[in-house]
Design a protein around this ligand. Structure first.
Ligand code: ZN
Ligand code: MN
Ligand code: MN
Length: 283
């Protein structure tokens, strides 16, 4: 496998400015990374200035960064049954799309949504309508939206491939859409990827339900919580309930070679080693 084709990185900090994430990525040997383009715990954020966008694009080029991923704010719920929070979520999402376009970010990853007091089906329909409402803004740039597979914690939807597929089918004619698969989340949701047999079966299922062509990014995390626990608790690679073998299967799989793989593991002091290890697994 050609080393340059392997895209590995981590969720890096933007403290001090968005371009700092690039130098951090460079330090840990990453050629791809994920960021929050704004404080993920606040509803409103400043738009990206022309100067910051310019610095960011230059630094990206200088450091050989191939793909950049943004992760949306955790406050957003595109499937909310409450009118006010739904409107605020949609407005905040639109601002995020604008920031992604300004920075020429490749993928915008987001959690589909939470049903709260509604049914899962109502929630999936609301999410689809929300996404469709972004059509004119999305088309102004090159950023593709990626639904993240979830652990199914609380009333979160997106813990079954069928739910992700349901949304994709409703929006794909108008919206550039794909999937970010989080290894920790799908394991907690009940996809047993611990053995090669289980790993292969899971991706066969992904292919038959959603289609592998929609798989555009991975979140590479081990899990602190048990199989089928429906709990979203990341762990460093090889130190959790999934185990190191799964990450070997993932890195050796030629189908996934050119897909960005982003660590969201809890100990950032280990990222350099984890990235080195993943590259080694790829051969
Ligand atoms: Zn996420
Ligand atoms: Mn994730
Ligand atoms: Mn998570």
């Amino acid at each position: 496998m050609e080393k340059e084709k392997i895209l590995v990185g981590a969720h890096t900090s933007i403290a001090g400015g968005v371009f700092n994430a690039i130098y951090e990525a460079n330090r840990i040997g990453a050629n791809t990374f994920q960021i929050f383009t704004a404080n993920q715990r606040q509803w409103s954020a400043k738009p990206i200035s022309k100067e910051d966008a310019k610095k960011f694009k230059q630094a990206k080029f200088d450091n050989g960064i191939k793909k950049v991923v943004s992760h949306n704010s955790y406050l957003i719920n595109l499937g909310s049954p409450k009118k006010e929070s739904l409107e605020l979520s949609r407005k905040t999402f639109l601002e995020e799309i604008k920031r992604c376009h300004a920075l020429e970010i490749d993928y915008l990853v987001f959690h589909p949504g939470s049903a709260l007091t509604s049914t899962e089906e109502e929630c999936l329909d609301t999410i689809s309508e929300s996404i469709l409402s972004f059509e004119s803004e999305v088309k102004k740039g090159k950023t593709k939206l990626l639904l993240e597979t979830t652990a199914g914690q609380g009333s979160n939807v997106g813990y079954k491939f069928e739910q992700i597929d349901y949304i994709i089918k409703k929006v794909k004619h108008k919206i550039p859409i794909g999937v970010c698969l989080d290894t920790c989340h799908i394991f907690a949701a009940g996809y047993d990827i611990r053995t090669k047999k289980g790993f292969d079966k899971t991706f066969e299922e992904f292919d038959s339900v959603i289609g592998l062509k929609y798989l555009n990014a991975f979140h590479v995390n081990d899990s602190k919580a048990d199989f089928e626990s429906r709990k979203d608790r990341h762990e460093s690679l090889g130190k959790g309930k999934i185990g190191i073998d799964t990450f070997k299967f993932l890195m050796k799989d030629k189908r996934f070679q050119n897909i960005p793989k982003i660590l969201e593991t809890p100990i950032d002091a280990l990222w350099l080693e984890e990235i080195e290890m993943l590259k080694k697994f790829a051969g």
